[in-house]
Design a protein around this ligand. Structure first.
Ligand code: DQA
Length: 147
């Protein structure tokens, strides 16, 4: 299986570190990318790291991952709770998908309790802060390495 992993971040995550730090912490998306690249070097994964505020761009990257990537890690942000289009795109991808949320969405407003993406994801990590991305990458590596 391909060792390419797409790590996709949805809307407003470009403001990580500045936006509601009491919920999302002080680390920036650049810090997250740096730490994920270091871990991927260790796990021998080829990381493609993206963020967009536009639903269609996330969909296009999922299409690009088809036939190219061994797995997808995605924090769909607010699109988690609204986007059938993202679910459909992920359903057209064959490899493992791990969904990440920095905050514990289940402790928050009830509209955050439902995720369209969870209908597709092999695993969901929520409430572990930005460390959730590292846990997700380790899980993808384990699934890729599974005999
Ligand atoms: C989030 C949780 C979502 O409900 C929210 O809309 C986000 C970020 C998280 O990482 O905790 O933007 O996905």
């Amino acid at each position: 299986m391909s060792r390419i992993v797409y790590l996709l971040n949805g809307p407003n995550l470009n403001l990580l570190g500045k936006r509601q730090p009491e919920i999302y912490g002080h680390e920036t998306l650049a810090d997250v990318e740096r730490d994920c690249r270091a871990l991927c070097a260790e796990l021998k994964l080829d990381l493609r790291f993206f963020q967009s505020n536009r639903e269609y761009e996330l969909i296009d990257w999922i299409h690009e991952a088809r036939g190219a990537a061994g797995g997808i890690v995605i924090n769909p942000a607010a699109f988690t709770h609204t986007s059938v289009a993202l679910l459909d795109a992920l359903n057209a991808f064959d490899g493992p998908v791990i969904e990440v949320h920095i905050s514990n969405v289940h402790k928050r407003e009830s509209f955050r309790h439902h995720s369209y993406v969870s209908l597709r994801a092999e695993g969901v990590i929520a409430g572990c802060g930005v460390q959730g991305y590292q846990l997700a990458l380790r899980r993808i590596a384990a699934l890729i390495d599974k005999p």
